[in-house]
Design a protein around this ligand. Structure first.
Ligand code: URA
Length: 223
């Protein structure tokens, strides 16, 4: 993975300075051509949430509905994320929500636009934006939703299956909770399996509160 060029704002940034920096970053991201994904997508979907957020949730890339709306996690996976966060006692509006890749990658099948996984090179190119968001926000906990976010945040391939539910450290030393992407739940056909997996996801998300309350903090795990 390419090294991240950091905007490196001072760690003690006040919320208004964070707001200014994020606003500038978002404006620049609108015209991003760091990889080819901008060519077919409707628009850049940048992160959103309060500047003073303690938690940053990182997904894979915007989906069909997010691409049109210009906002992260507003489609079916977003609704499932919202429900699961509520079940875990976490208010999404207090969190900053973003993606590892800021443009929708898809293939056309007739009128439909089918999601395609971003390639390693696309994730690496886009890691510059994610790194800049993390630098500005300085949250207490990052949450990797799925393998793409995990890859981007760790800067290398790490097993989601092995590390799920653990708090690791990102390449630049920030606590990183590892869990699945909510769209994994949408693909499970069997209702019992889906229910069980959804309960596991909610249990993973509960770690956010315990981490923030400085209770039962799992020691950062080295892989
Ligand atoms: N899936 C993601 O990873 N991000 C979104 O914003 C929507 C769906």
């Amino acid at each position: 993975m390419a090294s991240r060029t950091s905007t490196s704002p001072p760690a003690f940034l006040e919320p208004h300075a964070k707001a200014t920096s994020l606003t500038v970053l978002r404006r620049h991201a609108k015209s991003c051509e760091r990889c080819d994904l901008y060519k077919n997508a409707t628009q850049t979907v940048f992160g959103e949430g309060p500047f003073e957020a303690k938690v940053i949730l990182v997904g894979e890339q915007p989906g069909d509905q997010e691409d049109v709306a210009g906002r992260p996690f507003v489609g079916p996976a977003g609704r499932l994320l919202d429900e699961s966060m509520t079940a875990a006692g976490i208010d999404r509006s207090q969190c900053y929500v973003t993606n590892a890749v800021k443009h929708f990658k898809f293939e056309r099948r007739g009128k439909r636009r089918l999601h395609m996984r971003p390639a390693a090179g696309e994730i690496q190119r886009c890691a510059w934006w994610l790194g800049a968001e993390l630098d500005i926000l300085r949250a207490n906990l990052i949450v990797a939703l799925g393998a793409t976010a995990l890859y981007s945040l760790m800067g290398r391939a790490v097993s989601l299956t092995n590390e799920r539910g653990r708090v690791l450290q990102t390449a630049n030393g920030m606590p990183l909770l590892v869990t699945i992407h909510p769209s994994y739940l949408l693909r499970i056909r069997d209702p019992d399996d889906r229910d069980r997996e959804r309960r596991r996801f909610v249990a993973d998300l509960r770690i956010i509160s315990s981490h923030l309350n400085l209770q039962n903090i799992p020691a950062p795990h080295t892989v």
